[in-house]
Design a protein around this ligand. Structure first.
Ligand SMILES: [Zn+2]
Length: 185
């Protein structure tokens, strides 16, 4: 696996606007189940949204990613940062992608997932543990392709799912694969 240097070098300061912390929407809010719209990555409101997503992720303990629908915006934008997570190996640090899609994936693996929009549950979800993802950086709109694996691959697929109107609950094998939890972290 090769880390994409452009994505690795990206930082929220590249956006040039301060982010605001937004309220996180919880299921069953309709916006979480709607297919998000494709965006213009260089539009000022998308650059602001990107900054808000990172700011909101930063103040949320244990949060490794946040998608626009989770702050009430039905569009295809999300941020990820798995660098502080103990299950992380190689990773790209903090980044935001617009209009991202999974190009290819391999090696299905089952693991437990949680979500700020579904705070009372976790679930076992089977996903490819290596994926290639294509998307655009906010601001410049530059198209990037990332090869990701392990925990970062799972986080990206979880966020891309949000942008497509899917929750991890939609991916769990059934009620037997969903568990209650008492505290978020
Ligand atoms: Zn989530």
């Amino acid at each position: 696996m090769a880390i994409n240097p452009t994505v690795l070098a990206w930082a929220e300061s590249d956006l040039g606007v301060p982010g605001a912390v937004r309220d996180v929407v919880r299921a069953p809010a309709a916006v979480l189940s709607a297919d998000g719209g494709v965006v213009d990555p260089s539009a000022p409101e998308i650059v602001q949204l990107a900054a808000d997503l990172v700011a909101t992720m930063r103040v949320s303990p244990g949060c490794v990613g946040l998608a626009a629908p989770q702050v009430g915006e039905g569009v295809k934008v999300f941020c990820v940062d798995v660098s502080a997570h103990p299950k992380t190996r190689d990773h790209h640090g903090t980044f935001v992608l617009c209009n991202a899609e999974v190009v290819s994936g391999s090696r299905n693996e089952k693991a437990r997932e949680g979500c700020m929009s579904v705070p009372d549950l976790t679930g076992d979800v089977k996903r490819p543990s290596r994926v290639v993802v294509r998307g655009q950086l906010p601001g410049t709109g530059e198209q990037v392709e990332l090869e990701v694996e392990a925990f970062e691959a799972r986080a990206l697929q979880h966020e891309i799912d949000h942008c497509d109107g899917l929750l991890f609950l939609d991916r769990a094998a059934g009620a037997h694969a969903v568990y209650a939890r008492k505290t978020y972290l």
